[in-house]
Design a binder for this molecule. Structure first.
Ligand code: ATP
Ligand code: MG
Length: 340
């Protein structure tokens, strides 16, 4: 309600009361009309002055404060001072909006805080496990009680495996922090995807043998497929996805790599016939450190950064990555690349 309406209603009530009382005692209409008019004008002026002076101007001030606080310094400078025409209503509105904004902000901060806590605890866990193992093996070897050279060798090998695990974890962590901070931008170049896939397949031959997985990449793909992307980053994507297909594959098992020509994109699909992923895990699969219970319980030794890295790389290319999977049947990870 506008200020003048408020004041007018008040003044009207006073004027009416006075003129009615006047009419009751005097019984002269003209007297009452004069009383009504005079008291209406006087009380209107007095009320207006008092409310404006002692209530409205203070509310206006509060309104202005909240309004400017909400806008922030920069926006306020851009828009200049703004005073509402109806601060009583607006102040309520603005306070409500302001409270809502603050609540979302606080929720976000809490979420981030939770994220940071989890991140730290994940990191320390991933560092602790191999580090303590290494420490254990070294202590045993240092004691010098082991007569059997075979056993010493086995302990050294185990320590060395854990060093490798530690190194690969730090490498992944480094990669993900660089990707997230945008420190290493995508370096686009035109290259033959088929050649890259063959290169990666060759480099993973030993590893696939170790897991008893046969890699299938059909001959019909032997003609060049030109794409525009960051070759080294896409190599990392292929290595991570193929690595997963080995780790979570059956023994013996198969991994298929297929490419499809879309309108102005190439779709790459990597399919395995492994343990698969329960549907409930799919939405969170690409989060950092996320691992399904199955892979945790089998303790295959990943830290859950591989897919987060893959997603970052593909999104930095402004392309998409998808996954479909059926438990105990297998999984298919697909990503797109821009055709050159
Ligand atoms: N091909 C797949 N088949 C079944 N489960 C998979 C497959 N790929 C990924 N997963 C599940 O998704 C989780 C996350 O994968 P991601 O590659 O991010 O981590 P990781 O393989 O456990 O560790 P890292 O790749 O960092 O060594 C895995 O732990 C596994 O549970
Ligand atoms: Mg992985």
């Amino acid at each position: 309600m506008k200020l003048w309406v408020l004041v007018f209603i008040n003044a009207l009530a006073v004027a009416l009361s006075l003129s009615i009382i006047n009419f009751y005692f005097q019984g002269i209409i003209i007297d009452s009309v004069i009383t009504f008019s005079v008291s209406l004008v006087t009380s209107y002026l007095v009320f207006y002055y008092l409310i404006e002076r002692f209530v409205y101007s203070k509310i206006k001030l509060i309104y202005k404060l909240i309004h400017n606080l909400k806008l922030g310094k920069d926006l306020k400078d851009a828009l200049g001072e703004y005073v509402s025409a109806d601060p009583i209503n607006d102040v309520e509105q603005e306070v409500k909006e302001w409270a809502r904004d603050k609540k979302t902000e606080i929720d976000q901060l809490k979420q981030q805080e939770k994220f940071r806590r989890e991140f730290l605890s994940n990191i320390s866990h991933e560092l602790k496990t191999p580090l303590f193992a290494i420490q254990g093996y070294i202590e045993v070897l240092q004691d010098g009680d082991i007569e059997d050279p075979e056993l010493s060798k086995r302990f050294l090998e185990k320590a060395s495996n854990n060093v490798d695990r530690l190194a690969s974890f730090i490498k992944d962590l480094d990669a993900i922090s660089k990707l997230e901070s945008g420190e290493i931008p995508v370096q686009y170049e035109k290259f033959d995807l088929v050649e890259l896939i063959n290169e990666v397949n060759d480099s993973l031959e030993l590893k696939s043998k170790k897991y008893n997985i046969t890699l299938h990449f059909k001959d019909k793909y032997r003609t060049p497929t030109w794409v525009n992307a960051d070759r080294e980053k896409i190599r990392q994507v292929l290595v991570n996805l193929l690595g997963n297909s080995f780790k979570y594959g059956k023994n013996p098992g198969n991994t298929y790599i297929k490419t499809f020509q879309l309108h102005d994109q190439i779709l790459v699909e990597i399919t395995d016939d492994g343990i698969g992923i329960e549907e409930k895990y799919l939405p969170r699969l690409f989060e950092r450190f996320y691992r399904t219970d199955k892979s945790r319980s089998r303790d295959i030794g990943g830290s859950g950064l591989g897919l987060a890295i893959v997603k970052h790389i593909i999104e930095a290319h402004e392309q998409t990555i998808t996954v479909r999977s059926t438990e105990n049947i297998g999984s298919t990870f697909g990503f797109t690349l821009a055709r050159a």
